[in-house]
Design a protein around this ligand. Structure first.
Ligand code: CU
Length: 381
């Protein structure tokens, strides 16, 4: 028991030490943010994987030059279909909840704006009025002989029952909303979202399992593309409109959180764990989000941009990424009615089929293991 405790304490100390470099830099981080981040921070080169940086450069150069009409997805390797709409999918300086573009989000916004805020406002004003009244009515000057009242059964029943009724009124839509969020419809498309220090990558297992790496843009690039500062990325996550998108969220290093406020979507990205969430967006457009779990020095520099496009545009984009379009993009209900990975396997190709069926997977592991061992053995001896 004592031994176990020692291990635990040692482990916690090790974790604290490991966390130190990250927590040592918030000053620099804040300074960079205050300076407007126009000067590239030292970590820039480090966080941009060479491959992604190289791939992003031509796309970034092509977008402002050739793709002035954003709807023209012609030649560039990475078609970008939308420019941001002011007030939609991004913060606009208000304190309200962003306009919601999913049914769940609209319910949740209604819950907040119509149920919770009015109730809490009335309660706050009522308690404030009560306090003021008590202060004035029962002040010492007006009551030389204090009242000796200590009980009032009627009022005690009221102040017990009324809060219970209020809570019940809140609980009914609240639990309905909660249940709806955890009852995803059949998925039309699966995207695996992986958080990294400090960028996101997105894998499309239904579309040939390609992966895109999404890094923040610099301020001048944001300006050139007409994107909001600190929210533009070089490679956006792209999904078809009206499709139920299942997100498998995980992380490569520390805990991140994938959050897109306009979708009412927020899910922790935990290393070694696959968290699932979903959304279905009915309005084409461009929506921004941010990592919502403090994940290190450049936590503020890993924004999320999701582009919701038509089926045709999605097919174009997938083709530009070297992926394949199967039956899993929401066009046919028959295929979508099966588990997310199966429809692609049926219609698309051998690549995704291998992922879905257990037999080839076993083969793959079988061949991979000896190779790895062999390599280790060779290097070791
Ligand atoms: Cu993060």
């Amino acid at each position: 028991m004592k031994h176990l405790k020692t291990i635990l304490v040692a482990g916690m100390m090790a974790m604290t030490i490991a966390a130190l470099p990250a927590s040592a830099s918030p000053g620099a981080h804040a300074a960079a943010a205050a300076a407007g981040a126009t000067t590239p921070t030292p970590g820039d080169a480090a966080i941009n994987p060479p491959a992604a940086g190289a791939a992003a450069a031509p796309a970034g150069a092509a977008a402002p030059a050739g793709g002035e009409a954003a709807a023209k997805p012609a030649a560039p390797a990475t078609p970008q279909f939308f420019k941001p709409t002011p007030g939609i999918g991004q913060p606009d300086g208000g304190i309200h909840i962003q306009p919601q573009v999913t049914a769940i989000g609209q319910d949740a916004r209604w819950m907040h704006d119509v149920v919770l805020m009015p109730i809490i406002t009335v309660i706050c004003l009522f308690v404030l009025a009560l306090l003021l009244w008590v202060v004035a009515r029962f002040r010492r000057g007006a009551n030389p002989v204090p009242s000796r009242t200590s009980h009032n059964t009627v009022i005690e029943v009221i102040w017990t029952l009324v809060p219970v009724l209020i809570l019940v009124v809140i609980a009914v839509p609240s639990i309905k909303l909660l249940a709806a969020q955890y009852a995803p419809p059949k998925a039309d498309l699966t995207v695996k979202v992986i958080g990294h220090q400090w960028y996101w990558s997105y894998q499309y297992p239904d579309n040939g399992d390609f992966e895109i790496v999404s890094n923040i843009l610099k301020d001048d690039q944001d300006k050139a593309r007409g994107e909001p500062r600190m929210l533009g990325v070089d490679e956006r996550m792209v999904v078809p409109v009206g499709a139920v998108v299942k997100l498998i969220v995980t992380s490569d290093d520390v805990i991140h959180s994938f959050a897109v406020p306009a979708f009412w979507t927020k899910m922790d990205a935990v290393p070694g764990r696959l968290n699932e969430t979903w959304f279905k967006v009915d309005r084409p457009g461009l929506y921004y989000g941010q990592c919502s779990e403090l994940c290190g020095a450049r936590h503020a520099y890993m924004p999320i941009a999701v582009e919701v496009v038509s089926q045709e545009q999605f097919a174009q984009w997938v083709a530009a990424k070297g992926g394949t379009i199967g039956g899993a993009t929401g066009s046919t209900d028959a295929t979508a009615a099966q588990p997310a990975s199966t429809p692609t396997a049926d219609t698309a190709g051998a690549a995704s089929n291998e992922m879905a069926t257990p037999a080839p997977a076993e083969n793959a592991t079988g061949t991979a293991a000896p190779t790895a061992q062999g390599a280790t053995g060779n290097q070791g001896n």
